[in-house]
Ligand binder design. Structure first.
Ligand code: 13P
Length: 249
């Protein structure tokens, strides 16, 4: 059985005061008996939040990392640094990184490997744009995004990874994929992996992301191949995020 995971992606939001209040709200009520709960926070707050969450049930992740191990890469943060401050997970290939910062499939694969080289669990984000969906390219796009990582890192790497399907047209738009639309792509993701290793394809957690809210989480998470969510906007409100976590458990 796959254990559900609900991950909050705070994106570029928060302050020390806001983060403290949000975490306090989450910790007071979160129930992780049946679900893993993760917050992916801005780099500058990682060390402090990881420290605050030591021994607590909520896990900490970063939102990106540098593909290089160390050196003259001004402004970048390495996998070893993330590990050093207590980070366990890291998002790679988020659509905002792909579209706004020109991260291509090859770079995403390198970041994924850099994360695993330090024992971090990459959350590999894949998903199509609206134009690609309208052109019936959804499956081809997702397969290409997965194939780049499988080719570079090997199928066995998915034993220590999470996949997030985030249709770009559903991110921050209030327009959620229907449970059937999401399920169809989640099943396809497993099919792609199963060509290499059926056991791993069945075991890997595949999260859905894109306008997940308390009101729609349960119907999405009820689908056979959806193992939880990657949540943006709704992860910034403790009550709303807790509702989503409860829907996964
Ligand atoms: P929203 O939940 O705000 O649509 O964001 C989704 C997302 O990008 C999470 O990584």
């Amino acid at each position: 059985m796959r254990r559900p995971l609900v991950a909050g992606n705070w994106k570029m939001h928060g302050s020390r005061a806001e983060n403290g209040a949000l975490l306090e709200g989450l910790l007071s009520k979160v129930d992780t008996a049946k679900t893993d709960v993760l917050v992916c926070v801005p780099f500058v707050y990682l060390a402090e939040i990881a420290y605050q969450l030591r021994g607590k049930p909520i896990k900490v992740g970063a939102q990106s990392l540098c593909a290089e191990a160390q050196g003259a890469f001004t402004g970048e943060v390495s996998a070893a640094m993330l590990k050093d401050v207590g980070c366990e997970y890291v998002l790679v290939g988020h659509s905002e990184r792909r579209s706004l910062y020109n991260e291509d499939d090859a770079l995403v694969a390198r970041k994924y490997m850099a994360a695993q080289s330090q024992g971090l669990i990459p959350v590999l984000c894949v998903g199509e744009t609206l134009a690609q969906r309208d052109a019936n390219q959804c499956f081809a796009v997702v397969e290409t995004q997965l194939a780049a990582v499988i080719k570079a890192a090997g199928i066995a790497s998915f034993a220590n990874a999470v996949i997030a399907y985030e249709p770009v047209w559903a991110i921050g738009t209030g327009r959620t994929a229907t449970p059937d639309q999401a399920q169809e792509v989640h099943a396809f993701i497993r099919q792609v992996l199963a060509k290499y290793d059926a056991t791993l394809a069945n075991a890997v957690r595949v999260l859905y992301g894109g306008s997940v809210k308390g009101a729609n989480a349960a119907e999405l998470f009820a689908m056979k191949d959806i193992d939880g969510g990657l949540v943006g906007g709704a992860s910034l409100k403790a009550d709303e995020f807790l509702k989503i976590c409860a829907a996964a458990g």
